[in-house]
Design a protein around this ligand. Sequence first.
Ligand code: MG
Length: 418
Amino acid sequence: MSAFTRRQWIQGAAAGAGVFSLSSLAAALQNTTTPYQRPKLKITDIRTAYVSAHGPQLHVRIYTDQGIFGHGEATDSALGAAAIIGGFRRFLIGQDPLNIELLWERVRTMGIFAGAQAGQYVTALTGIEIALWDLAGKAVGLPVYQLLGGKCRDRIRLYCDSAGHRPEEPGTMQKFQQVKDLGFTALKIDVDDGRDPNRWDPVNWTASNAEIDRMVKEVAFVRENFEPRVDLAVDMHGRYDATTGKRMAIELEPFKLLFLEEPVPAENVPVMRDIRESTKTPICAGENLFLRHGFRELLESRAVDIIMPDIQKCGGLLESRKIADMAHTYYIPMAPHCVVSPIGTMASCHVCAAIPNFLVLEWHWISRWKLWGEFVKEGNIIDKGYVALTDRPGIGVELNEEAARRVQTPNTTWFVAS
Ligand code: MG
């Protein structure tokens, strides 16, 4: 890429007026520079790598002709997404990576007959989108939250997910102490258990009385072991039927939960609304919904009290901001799902910083505490249950490849040039 500036182009045009017509001069200016004399970036390559930490995570790098690259992370429905990204390459190579909305919309609409409404296609697009935001921030020297509208807060509150919570399990009290020592002010436990001996049937979705009693007892045990100011959320992973969901929401009312997550699956919105209307327990859903379209009916029907898009698979950082804005018009807060490495977590933090209706962000790596502290070159980014935003450009953390390769998914490649 020529390092011509706008002034050089104009001087050249004046000297060679016979060579350049005004229309070709205008085209050259448009194609080669920006109004602020920064040479236009071009995407030159896209490379991926898989790690297996909390589920499969796909890391995406987008390279440019000016030496900088963007790094994004996608999750959960990411198996297969690397191959889908391979299909995006022909369109993306040569494009200006700063036109993020345009590239996102073009890739999305390219796939409307190929599953671009949800699932792996959107997850692949999400990995690309987040890498583009990291790249854009690095290109203009600003943190991503600044490009998303600026920050409403300086640090992002996390809840610690699934530290171990069963009274009968050895080590539970030590895990509680670890959560307290780390300074978290919120936690979440998973009470669903397909191996519960009280289940009468391994397939049917109705919890028995004894199973409900076991779940309530676990919630009571955790509640008793943390001071009241610490918030407690409970996840049922959408594994129960409507009757069970309704019973559990009512049984848990005395514990004043931060939220009860997906007592039933999120895809039947009227059923979720029935449960919400039957209880004082706040209902949260949405970790398996995609794009704004996935959240529209949930919000319009007032079927939930809190939404929880997974920013690493629902469409990306700007799409998550748009989902948050939709929710805000219903006075509904957002508590994003998040199971990824410090790179994806920090990317989520930029969205959480930029939206007014942020509640709390999931964090799910307590069983990988050592790896967490080594996964990026900046080290551990959590302090007393919060992640502080920094002024570093882009997402602001950089992969430590030596640490990340320890959990590289077997039989996969590592950012191989193509
Ligand atoms: Mg969940």
